[in-house]
Design a protein around this ligand. Structure first.
Ligand code: ATP
Ligand code: MG
Length: 568
């Protein structure tokens, strides 16, 4: 391809709302252009990267035995009514109707359509298992489209749906997809972890997320430095926290503790380690049609993990309780403890505090704390995992040190069981001739999101740094001065020869000066550039590696073999 005929509108300006490198560089390097909130067009170079990623995904899905299909984006609402998701899905589902007032949705995901494809057609266990997948457009009316291609409204997903005659068979395909996703993300050259989305334990659960570890990301990921353990912070567990500091020995007693509103004040007052104090976090839990003040108790030097807390009480949402709400619930802010609470107060205690002794906690009386307390005799259902794992905690699998990093979700695999097949009445005849709902799995990869993820994973302050698997072009031949006939001739000849050799090269034959051309090379981020410039009269050209920006002089007689060796 010749740059003079290529559409890659590079600019110095990044959009005002772009905070992440991938968002800035995708626009500045002319990979995509935004035409509405959460809506992007892929320009030639963006399309090339997108196709490279898509091809890797397709190759690995085909290799895993899945069948590629293509479903429509517009889906009759009737199918969504059958599964019950038409009303349950919420505002992300874009609902529309046609001229006859029939309801439709723009597909945010395609479980219903997949079930409808096999329903009544796949009728016998002999036709199972079956895996159908597609790489197509999805629409989700996201509340906050942002970060460029990372969270769009229209995006491309690889979504696969598998059908099975037993749970065992479904689990086998889940493992097959686990391995397939690992191959995909390894081929893309990404640093990723498979994270258990339900409980934080590796294996044995119904859903796994694939997270790419990056400096910027929407998720916090807990990663063990010694073993494979990784989990979303919302589900991460740790080995029980301990301390070398000795426990304060004291009989049960109540103390007047003036001006001790925080854990730090309390620890200072009693001259004890915060480890031996109990922290109370007061929240207001919002349910479908009610709300209540709920108390959560964790160790003084731990923090409450809000999603865990929300799961503990089953609320739709947790918000801060205001002063009046706290007072009306009969609570004394700053002095709350698990003992002697008003009878009707709902509360939960972190499991790590169970049976712990010698603790200091609020006495539920203004400016009073209890010492020498033991957390005994509470109902089992009061104990929940509530703590936020933090860097330096110990791994529950191997005892190694845990770290916390940012991550971006690029894939998600699910064991759906019979949920959709039952709801939509999709059955097959088993070996005994009995009708049985299918077992299903579903598996998603964020293909367009991956275009941005590749940049988040590999860039510097000047621009993108593509690897050979995803780059639009492997080599950028830059003719330094297009008016110099020798330079032009040499550039053309090496371009022709490499192109004929099947190499993926771009010839920068634009009438621009050298400065903007090399800047574009650095911004766009092809793996190599070959600069044909003044040195040519002495038989020398320069090869630049984008990753290191290192330049090497190469003799013109050796350049072709050198490049062929690099790009082999
Ligand atoms: P998220 O938690 O990021 O919203 P999700 O759980 O809704 O993701 P899935 O429904 O599992 O995502 O979709 C499969 C994949 O599609 C995700 O792993 C992600 O890579 C991608 N994806 C989801 N929503 C978007 C979006 N709004 N823009 C771009 N890609 C997306
Ligand atoms: Mg989502």
């Amino acid at each position: 391809m010749r740059f003079s005929k290529f559409y890659a509108p590079t600019t110095k300006e990044a959009p005002k709302d772009a905070t992440l490198p991938s968002h800035k560089f995708l626009i500045r390097a002319g990979f995509v252009n935004q035409y509405g909130s959460g809506l992007y067009n892929f320009l030639p170079m963006g399309k090339m990267v997108f196709d490279n990623i898509k091809n890797i995904v397709k190759e690995e899905m085909d290799r895993a035995g899945a069948n590629e299909i293509q479903m429509g984006v517009v889906t009759p609402a009737e199918l969504w009514k059958q599964s019950g998701r038409y009303s349950a899905f919420g505002k992300e589902l874009l609902r529309l109707h046609d001229r006859k007032n029939n309801d439709f949705v723009l597909g945010p995901t395609h479980e219903e359509v997949a079930v409808d494809i096999v329903r009544g057609k796949v009728t016998s266990y002999k036709q199972l298992p079956l895996h159908l997948y597609q790489i197509t457009t999805k629409f989700r009316d996201e509340g906050r489209p942002r970060y460029g291609l990372l969270r769009c409204r229209e995006f491309t997903m690889k979504d696969g749906y598998s059908f099975h005659d037993s749970e065992e068979c479904m689990k086998k395909e889940f493992d097959n997809m686990d391995a397939t996703y690992r191959r995909i993300f390894t081929r893309l050259g990404l640093d990723f972890r498979a994270v258990d989305a339900d409980s934080g334990a590796i294996g044995g659960s119904g859903s796994k997320e694939f997270m790419v570890l990056t400096d910027n990301g929407e998720d916090d990921i807990v990663v063990c430095k010694s073993c494979e353990y990784a989990a979303n912070i919302e589900a991460a567990t740790r080995a029980k926290k301990s301390t070398e500091v000795e426990a304060p020995q004291a009989d049960m007693a109540k103390f007047h503790t003036p001006n001790c509103g925080t854990i730090a004040d309390v620890a200072e007052f009693f001259k004890v380690d915060e480890f031996y104090t109990v922290k109370a976090v007061i929240k207001k839990a919002i349910y479908e049609d009610s709300e209540e003040v709920v108390l959560f108790f964790v160790r003084g030097n731990d923090n409450l993990q809000e999603t865990k807390a929300q799961n503990a009480c089953g609320a739709l949402e947790l918000v801060d309780a205001n002063e009046d709400e706290v007072k009306n619930a009969g609570l004394v802010a700053g002095s709350c403890g698990p003992f002697g609470l008003p009878e009707d107060i709902n509360f939960f205690i972190d499991s790590e505090l169970r049976d712990e002794k010698n603790l200091i906690c609020g006495a539920n009386e203004h400016e009073y704390h209890n010492i020498g307390m033991s957390v005994l005799n509470f109902n089992d259902s009061r104990y929940k995992d509530l703590v936020e794992v933090s860097a330096g905690d110990k791994c529950s699998c191997c005892g190694g040190e845990l770290g916390v990093t940012k991550g971006i979700e690029v894939g998600h695999i699910f064991q759906l069981g019979q949920k959709y097949a039952k709801a939509m009445d999709a059955t097959f005849l088993d070996q005994n001739g009995k009708a049985k709902p299918f077992y299903m799995g579903c598996y998603g990869v964020g293909v367009s999101r991956l275009v941005a993820v590749m940049i988040e994973a590999s860039h510097d302050e000047k621009g993108c740094i593509w690897n050979r698997q995803t780059t639009p072009f492997d080599l950028d031949i830059i003719i330094s001065n297009i008016k110099n006939e020798d330079e032009l001739k040499f550039g053309e000849s090496i371009y022709q020869s490499l192109k004929e050799g099947g190499y993926n090269v771009l010839l920068d034959d634009r009438k621009d000066r050298f400065g903007p051309k090399i800047k574009d090379f650095e911004l766009i981020g092809f793996p190599y550039a070959l600069i044909v410039g003044k040195g040519l009269k002495d038989g020398q050209v320069e090869l630049v590696e984008r990753k290191t920006l290192e330049k090497t002089s190469v003799h013109v007689d050796e350049i072709e073999s050198k490049i062929k060796e690099l790009l082999a």
